[in-house]
Design a protein around this ligand. Structure first.
Ligand SMILES: Cc1ncc(COP(=O)(O)O)c(C=O)c1O
Length: 414
């Protein structure tokens, strides 16, 4: 297969791109590593690794505290990363609370926005395909407020049942939490349309963008949600990074989630004046190096172009689907029309963990298990699946190697 891809007039040399990822040179169990687990965490390009390394070697200091040169450099680099990230998703930097990732971001919205305002009789509406990170924080809030949780269903091919979702948007619903892209099925949900419908009914929306940002252009302003949560480590950035975007009026009204240094303007024993958002929500020393590294990841993805990234991954997905269709006994979970390069599957007669363990012996990294989505596993009546999740740095050769490894492993388990 051709390693050059041409989209929107710009050619990308994908073999050179792959060379930017040092870890992909590794051998695992005596075989070249075949990394199909990017939905779990993404690999890091050299520029991100070097940015983090350079920060610790040459600029390391705390942010927003010291007036010395290193302190200013660290603050400028950290705030510069926030600005890059904000531009990347088309929002204002003051509306972007940097945090450790999606889990923290959703908890922040749950505790600071929902907890003080929900009451008995209110409903939090979720969907069957949510990650536990977009379920459990709402359960905790529901337990403490007396609100209840309702769930909008999906179709057997793994798309949201939009009619059912809109019918479930009753006046009692105060918040809708929905994932932009399913981490198990790959389904890309029409979040813009969903947010428009929710807004018409006065329902606030939180979109879990963990699996969207790494794979497609995301314009949060155009989506029209109230909250958008994402994680940096799946989009070429370091672990422990991410953000919650929220509308300015929400951030202004929300009490802080955590108290401590940095989030205050003045502290007295008889009362504290909080800092302005987003700093009001960033207590303590943040993950400075990580977020500066995430800024480098944004530079990297920007230089590639998200439309190129998406087109490349769609080519790889089509190829993977072709290869899997040739193998007997493979059941795929999630065939929605709009789908990212995530394929959950089972092979007749084989347990997901056995498949993943034997694939690992072939150098293939896939995830097996419930993928932090128990309700989705219950919907399909399975305990676990195997999941091959691709990124733009994968290759067509790898897709073929993966299919060959799966045929071999299937033979061993039959
Ligand atoms: C859809 C989705 N939501 C939330 C999360 C949680 O992200 P994190 O563990 O980075 O907070 C993940 C990570 O797997 C995910 O795929």
């Amino acid at each position: 297969m051709n390693q050059m891809s041409m989209t929107a007039g710009k050619a990308v040399d994908w073999s050179a791109v792959r060379g930017d990822f040092p870890l992909l040179e590794r051998q695992v169990n005596g075989r070249p590593l075949l990394y199909f687990d990017s939905a779990n965490t993404g690999q890091k390009p050299r520029s991100v690794i070097e940015t983090v390394d350079d920060f610790y070697r040459r600029h390391n200091a705390n942010v927003s505290r010291a007036v010395h040169t290193l302190g200013s450099e660290a603050t400028e680099a950290y705030e510069g990363a926030r600005r890059k990230l904000a531009r990347f998703v088309n929002v204002h930097p003051d509306e972007l609370v940097l945090c450790s990732g999606t889990t923290f971001a959703i908890n922040l919205a749950a505790y600071s926005w929902a907890l003080p305002r929900l009451q008995p009789g209110d409903v939090i509406l979720l969907t069957q395909m949510e990650h536990h990170a977009n379920i459990v924080p709402w359960q905790l809030v529901a337990q403490r407020t007396g609100a209840t949780i309702e769930v909008a269903g999906i179709t057997p091919d793994g798309a949201l049942d939009l009619d059912a979702l809109y019918a479930a948007m009753t006046p009692e619903v105060k918040l809708l939490g929905v994932t932009h892209v399913s981490n198990v099925l790959g389904t890309v949900n029409p979040v813009r349309e969903i947010c428009r419908e929710a807004r018409r009914r006065g329902i606030a929306t939180l979109i879990d963008g963990s699996q969207a940002l790494p794979h497609r252009k995301v314009d949060i302003a155009a989506i029209g949600c109230d909250f958008y949560a994402f994680t940096g480590h799946k989009m070429c950035g370091p672990t422990g990074t991410g953000a919650l975007w929220a509308r300015k009026e929400h951030l202004a009204a929300m009490p802080p989630f955590l108290g401590g240094g940095e989030m205050i303007r003045e502290v007295r024993f008889d009362g504290t004046v909080f800092n302005d958002p987003p700093h009001k929500f960033e207590a303590g020393t943040p993950n400075i190096a990580g977020h500066i590294g995430l800024g480098a990841a944004v530079d990297y993805l920007d230089a590639l172009g998200m439309s190129q990234v998406e087109a490349r991954e769609m080519e790889l997905l089509a190829h993977l689907n072709e290869e899997l269709a040739r193998i007997d006994g493979v059941r795929i979970f999630g065939n929605a029309e709009e789908k990212a390069a995530v394929v959950s599957f089972l092979v007749e007669g084989a347990h997901a963990h056995d498949l993943a363990t034997l694939l690992d012996l072939e150098g293939v990294a896939v995830r097996s298990g419930h993928h932090c989505a128990h309700p989705l596993m219950h919907f399909y009546g399975v305990a676990a699946t195997c999941r091959a999740s691709l990124a733009f740095y994968n290759t067509h050769d790898e897709v073929e190697r993966f299919a060959a490894a799966l045929v071999k492993v299937r033979g061993l388990l039959a």
